[in-house]
Design a protein around this ligand. Structure first.
Ligand code: ADP
Length: 550
C-alpha cells in the first residue's frame, strides 16, 4: 500500500518526525539571530558583550570539553551560578550532549545542598567564584562529584580556594573545536533537574525533558503569554538556578531576543544601571526583587524610561506594585503563576478585549489575579473529597494542573501524594472564573481558618501593601479560643516611614470585609525570606506561636 492509500481508522500523518531538542534552539539562534547581543555583568566585575553566535560557538566547545571529562548521556552536571553567559552555555551544552543540567540554588541550607548533590548523584560541579565556599563544602563531603570547574579564567582561579582538582572554565574551553555534531536524542530524554526549595521535608527533584522544555519555550513566546520576542531586550532577574529562569534562556534563543544577564548584581542600584545602559524593555522576577528596585528608584528620584513590561510571579504581586509600575514607570505588568513542577509557566494575566471598557479599578481587579492558562495547561478545582468545583470565580478549592510541561512524578521518589488521576495537586487554594482567570487565595498550608471559613492571607496582605507606609506584609493565622484562628498582620514599614497601627487598621477597614480584618498588627524590621525570595510563613508562625489575641 502506498502512503496515500487509506485504510479504515486514523491515518498516520506524513510529517517529519524531528525531535524537539534544546540543541536546535541554540543552533537556530546562531544561524538566524547570530548578531543579537548577550550581555553579562560578570562575577569578576566588568560587563561582557557577546552574541548568540558566540554563545553557540562556546557551547559547542563546552560540549567537547564535557565529553573529554568523561560526561556521558544521562550524567548529572551541577551548577551553582548566577545568571551569566557561562551559565547560559552550560544550559545548552550539558543538555545538548544528552547529560542533565542540575541547577542548584545557592541559598539552600547546607544540609539540603548536600542532600540534592547526593540525591542527583552529580558528577561535575560548575560554580561561580561567589560560591567557592559551597564548592569547598561539597568537595569535603565525599559526594559523587568527580570534577570541579570554577566559572572564571586562569587569572582568577586562585579565588576558588582549596577545591581538589579545580580548574577554570576558560582553560577548559581553550582550543576545543568550535563545531560539534549534537546527538539526535529522543525528545523525551531528561534535559535538566531542579529541586523545589522544600519548605517542609527534603527538596523534591523535577526532571524536565527536551520536549517539555521546547514546548514550554513556544508557550512563553506566545503574545498572550510572556510574548518574548526579537523586539525585546530581556533581563531575567529570576535566577537561572531556579526553574531554569522561568524558561527565558531557551525562549530568548528561539526568538532571538537580546539577553541581559545581571550576574550577582541583583540590588536596585545595579539593576537600574544595567536597565538604563542596555535599554532593557522586558523584566522578569519575583515581587521582592521589584520592591528593592522600586525603593531604589524612589530614593534616587528616577523613573524607568525603557521598560515596557515587567513579568511578576513566584508569589502574589500586590495590586499596589502593578499600579506603581504602570503609573509611575509606564511599564505593563504581566502577573504570572507557576511552580517548579510546571516548568514553571501555568497562567499569565493578559486582559481580554472586553476588559478594555472597564475603568481603572475594574482593570486592576482583573490584573491582580494570577491569569489564564496558556494553551497546553489545564486547570481545575476540587474540594477536600476530590469533587470538581464550579469555575464561577467565587468557589475556592484545591488547584490541580496537568499538561505536557507539568511533572508526572518526582525524581527517584516512590511515595508521591501529589499526583492522582493524571492531575498534579499544586498545594494552592484558588478560584477560577468563567473566563479562566485563576486567583490564588493561599498556599493550602498557609490558609487562615476562622470559624469554619477561610480568610485569604493574600487579600489581607495586598490591602495592607496598598498603604504608602507599608513596604511588605504577611498575614498568618494565630490560635483563637472562639474562632479557631484569627489573622495577625505583620508589616515592614516603607523606608523612612513610621507606621501608626490604628491608622493602618482604619485604612484596612475601607478595603476588607469585617471578618477578614486582622485582630492585631505587629511591626517588624524584615520578613524572613526563603531560598527563592518567598516569605517564610512557617517561620513567622513559629515566631508568633505564643501570640495571644485579646
Ligand atoms: P518552591 O520551590 O517554593 O515550591 P515554586 O516556585 O515551585 O517554589 O513555588 C510555587 C508556588 O509559588 C505556587 O504553588 C504558589 O503557591 C506560589 N506562586 C507562584 N506564583 C504565584 C503568584 N503569581 N501568586 C501567588 N502565588 C504564586
Amino acid at each position: 500500500m502506498t502512503n496515500t492509500e487509506s485504510k479504515p481508522g486514523p491515518m498516520t500523518g506524513l510529517m517529519m518526525d524531528e525531535s524537539l531538542l534544546i540543541s536546535r534552539q541554540i543552533e537556530f539562534a546562531a544561524r538566524f539571530h547570530g548578531q543579537v547581543e548577550v550581555v553579562t555583568r560578570t562575577v569578576e566585575g566588568p560587563i561582557q558583550r557577546s552574541t548568540w553566535a558566540e554563545v553557540a560557538r562556546r557551547s559547542r566547545q563546552l560540549a567537547h570539553a564535557l565529553l573529554d571529562l568523561g560526561i556521558k548521556a544521562g550524567d548529572r552536571v551541577a551548577t551553582i551560578a548566577w545568571n551569566t553567559q557561562r551559565h547560559l552555555e552550560l544550559y545548552f551544552a550539558v543538555s545538548g550532549i544528552g547529560a542533565v543540567l542540575h541547577t542548584i540554588n545557592p541559598r539552600l541550607p547546607l544540609d539540603q545542598l548536600r542532600y540534592v548533590a547526593d540525591h542527583a548523584e552529580d558528577k561535575a560541579l560548575f560554580f561561580d567564584l561567589t560560591f567557592a565556599k559551597l564548592a569547598q563544602f561539597l568537595a569535603a563531603q565525599g559526594t559523587s562529584l568527580e570534577h570541579f570547574v570554577a566559572l572564571t579564567d586562569a587569572a582568577h582561579l586562585d579565588a576558588a580556594g582549596p577545591v581538589p582538582g579545580v580548574r577554570d572554565y576558560e582553560t577548559l574551553l581553550l582550543g576545543k573545536p568550535t563545531d560539534f555534531a549534537w546527538p539526535e536524542l529522543d525528545e523525551r530524554s531528561a534535559s535538566s533537574l531542579c529541586y523545589t526549595s522544600g519548605t517542609s521535608g527534603n527538596p523534591k527533584g523535577v526532571l524536565y525533558s527536551h520536549r517539555s522544555t521546547v514546548l514550554h519555550s513556544y508557550a512563553a513566546a506566545m503574545s498572550d503569554s510572556l510574548g518574548i520576542s526579537s523586539h525585546d531586550v530581556t533581563l531575567p532577574v529570576v535566577p537561572m538556578f531556579h526553574v531554569n529562569a522561568w524558561g527565558v534562556p531557551y525562549a530568548a534563543a528561539m526568538v532571538g531576543s537580546k539577553l541581559v544577564l545581571p550576574g550577582p548584581g541583583l540590588d536596585g542600584k545595579n539593576l537600574l544601571e544595567l536597565i538604563e545602559s542596555e535599554k532593557v524593555t522586558s523584566l522578569l522576577g519575583v515581587p521582592t526583587v521589584w520592591l528593592a528596585l522600586l525603593n531604589h528608584l524612589n530614593a534616587v528620584g528616577r523613573k524607568l524610561t525603557t521598560v515596557e513590561k515587567v513579568t511578576i510571579g513566584g508569589s502574589a504581586c500586590p495590586p499596589s506594585m502593578i499600579e506603581t509600575f504602570e503609573r509611575e514607570h509606564g511599564a505593563r505588568v504581566l502577573h504570572a503563576w507557576g511552580m517548579t513542577e510546571t516548568s514553571p509557566l501555568g497562567t499569565v494575566n493578559v486582559l481580554l478585549p472586553k476588559h478594555q471598557d472597564l475603568d481603572h479599578a475594574g482593570q486592576l481587579a482583573v490584573k491582580s489575579k494570577q491569569g489564564r492558562p496558556i494553551f497546553g495547561i489545564d486547570l481545575r478545582l476540587v474540594d477536600d473529597d476530590g469533587v470538581v468545583q464550579p469555575h464561577d470565580g467565587l468557589t475556592s478549592g484545591h488547584l490541580q494542573v496537568r499538561g505536557p510541561w507539568v511533572a508526572s512524578a518526582y525524581f527517584k521518589r516512590d511515595v508521591d501524594e501529589t499526583h492522582r488521576d493524571g492531575w498534579f495537586f499544586t498545594g494552592d487554594i484558588a478560584t477560577l472564573d468563567p473566563d479562566g482567570y485563576m486567583q490564588i487565595t493561599d498556599r493550602s498550608k498557609d490558609v487562615i481558618k476562622s470559624g469554619g471559613e477561610w480568610v485569604s492571607s493574600i487579600d489581607v496582605e495586598n490591602a495592607a501593601m496598598a498603604h504608602p507606609a507599608v513596604a511588605q506584609a504577611a498575614a498568618i493565622g494565630v490560635a483563637h479560643t472562639k474562632w479557631q484562628e484569627r489573622p495577625l498582620l505583620i508589616v515592614v514599614p516603607a523606608a523612612g516611614k513610621t507606621l501608626d497601627k490604628a491608622e493602618l487598621m482604619a485604612f484596612l477597614e475601607t478595603r476588607l470585609v469585617k471578618w477578614w480584618l486582622p485582630d492585631a498588627i505587629e511591626v517588624i524590621d524584615a520578613l524572613p525570606l526563603g531560598a527563592t525570595g518567598k516569605v517564610l510563613k512557617r517561620e513567622l508562625r513559629e515566631r508568633f506561636a505564643h501570640y495571644r489575641l485579646d
